[in-house]
Design a protein around this ligand. Structure first.
Ligand SMILES: [Ca+2]
Ligand SMILES: [Ca+2]
Ligand SMILES: [Ca+2]
Length: 348
């Protein structure tokens, strides 16, 4: 019996990818809007979005269709055109609230399908998505801009393929008997739109290192001093984005208790170089003469160029690091692209 696969940690793994990938913005106009009052009254054909007080309290909602296929949102801005101000000049405060997914299908139904009073409360309570104070008649005609918080981003992504809604409530110290803010009368075009930005597709690289006894004759060698071993690093891209061209670099420290072998890694086997590369859909290419370098420094080289030591043939105890820079773009997808890099050492 030989040494089985052993997972080893502690090697440097460096890869780079564009951080300036442009992520498309998606602009979504509200597909429905309207108020619910304290009594729970709602007429689905009335698109008046009044919020405030007139005999009872009124809250409103704005609803948006989130496109299918969105799993992550990095930014969202809600713009609400302020259509009217009611009151005695005292400034009002507009606050936005979450609407749980279970309530969203009920919004555009007569009196919320019997849940109108609860929906009224929901539209003015819960997780706050944004607030703006100091609103007076001077703001009528302007567009209120709300950058939505993380909780909203998560809920928008969760709603992908379905509707997402935001509740709106106005508060005020007004002494008037009728005060509030309105974003639209019953039936008129107004700007109520959500602009979302999808998270960029990024690679998510995982690397594992294993070691096994070099035993080409299957004679049952142990991991003992004097015997050789093969280290293999397996790199997998589990993300949705690619790794930029030629930026995949592995710099691995030769373990202290071993000596690098600068020769034919598998003796009589099919490999011919000291380092072997096995691809499994990565899209990368590997040329030993240009894509492998070495270092004899104690400190870890900062980059591939700093790996500038030329090893002597055979076992070279001066090799401290092996550096590998396969070329091309490492892709992404399912199954996750992966590749292996192997090298051989003698156990001291
Ligand atoms: Ca409606
Ligand atoms: Ca709520
Ligand atoms: Ca060979």
């Amino acid at each position: 019996m030989g040494l089985g696969k052993v997972w080893v940690l502690g090697f440097l793994f460096a890869a780079f990818f564009s951080v300036n990938q442009a992520s498309a913005q998606i602009v979504i106009n509200a597909n429905d809007r309207g108020w619910y009052n304290t009594a729970g009254t709602h007429n689905p054909g009335n698109n008046n979005s009044y919020t405030g007080f007139l005999s009872q309290n009124y809250h409103s909602y704005f609803r948006f269709t989130i496109p299918a296929g969105i799993s992550c949102i990095s930014n969202a801005v809600l713009e609400l055109e302020l259509e009217n101000y009611y009151g005695d000049g005292v400034p009002h405060t507009a606050t936005l609230y979450d609407v749980p997914a279970a309530n969203v299908p009920l919004l555009d139904t007569q009196n919320g399908s019997g849940s109108g009073a609860a929906i009224h409360v929901d539209l003015g309570s819960g997780t706050i998505y944004g607030t703006q104070g100091g609103l007076t008649s001077a703001d009528v005609g302007s567009i209120l801009n709300f950058t939505l918080p993380a909780a909203a981003l998560a809920n928008i992504a969760s709603a992908s393929g379905n509707d997402f809604a935001i509740g709106s409530r106005t508060t005020s110290n007004s002494g008037a008997s009728f005060w509030g803010l309105r974003y639209s009368a019953g039936s008129e075009p107004r700007i109520h739109r959500l602009t979302i930005t999808e998270c960029p597709d990024l690679p998510d690289l995982k690397a594992e290192k294993s070691v096994s006894v070099f035993d080409p004759g299957a004679t049952g060698l142990y991991a003992l001093p004097g015997n050789d071993a093969i280290y293999t690093i397996t790199v997998t891209n589990e993300g949705t984005g690619n790794v930029d061209n030629n930026t995949m670099i592995l710099i691995d420290k030769i373990p202290d208790e071993t000596i690098f072998y600068n020769g034919d890694i598998d003796d009589a086997g099919p490999e011919t170089d000291p380092v072997s590369f096995q691809d499994s859909g990565s899209g990368l290419t590997f040329t030993y003469n240009t894509d492998v370098a070495y270092s004899d420094l104690v400190a870890t080289p900062a980059n591939f160029t700093d790996c500038n030591y030329t090893p002597v043939l055979g076992y070279d105890p001066n090799v401290t690091h092996i550096c590998v820079n396969p070329k091309g773009i490492m892709g992404s997808g399912s199954p996750p692209p992966t590749f292996d890099v192997s090298f051989r050492v003698k156990i001291k």
